[in-house]
Design a protein around this ligand. Structure first.
Ligand SMILES: [Mg+2]
Length: 154
């Protein structure tokens, strides 16, 4: 399955909303952003389970920068969609939603936003919403993905 992750307050904190992975001096000098503790393990597990992992953000970070960030932490993300590409694609499709994962062939999108949860109902796409203060977030995502995969395969 193609699984996409939001960045802000899902994998990258605003302030100190959640604990983060270790970053050394070189990382800091390179301007590598902090990422949520458990991100690397979760992405590796999902990739081992055969999923493709993508980033879908409404921020204007460049794709190169996002890829570099994850590479720094030792994980490879497959595709990065930022706001420039998102806006362009959704406009062409005439979709009035902040996000629409099916436009990029993402089967399931993980986000912290209640707004995205509402859009998911309106536009009929699949999401898992995780709160920034959920310490068991990785476990929640893995369990929900397993449940969702079983449902899809039936
Ligand atoms: Mg967010």
């Amino acid at each position: 399955m193609n699984i996409s992750f939001d960045l802000d307050n899902t994998l990258i904190p605003h302030g100190n909303v959640f604990e983060t992975e270790k970053r050394n001096l070189i990382g800091k000098l390179l301007g590598i952003e902090k990422i949520r503790k458990g991100t690397c393990e979760l992405i590796r597990q999902l990739k081992n389970d055969g999923h493709n992992i993508h980033i879908y953000t409404t921020s204007y970070r460049t794709r190169r920068k996002v890829k570099l960030t994850f590479r720094y932490y030792g994980v490879k993300v497959d595709r990065v969609v930022n706001q420039i590409q998102n806006e362009r694609t959704l406009k062409l499709m005439n979709i009035n939603s902040s996000k629409y994962p099916p436009a990029f062939n993402f089967d399931l999108h993980i986000d912290d936003s209640k707004g995205v949860e509402i859009e998911a109902e309106r536009y009929n796409f699949n999401t898992i919403i995780v709160s920034p203060d959920d310490k068991e977030w990785g476990k929640k995502i893995r369990n929900e993905i397993k449940r969702w995969v079983t449902r899809v395969q039936q």
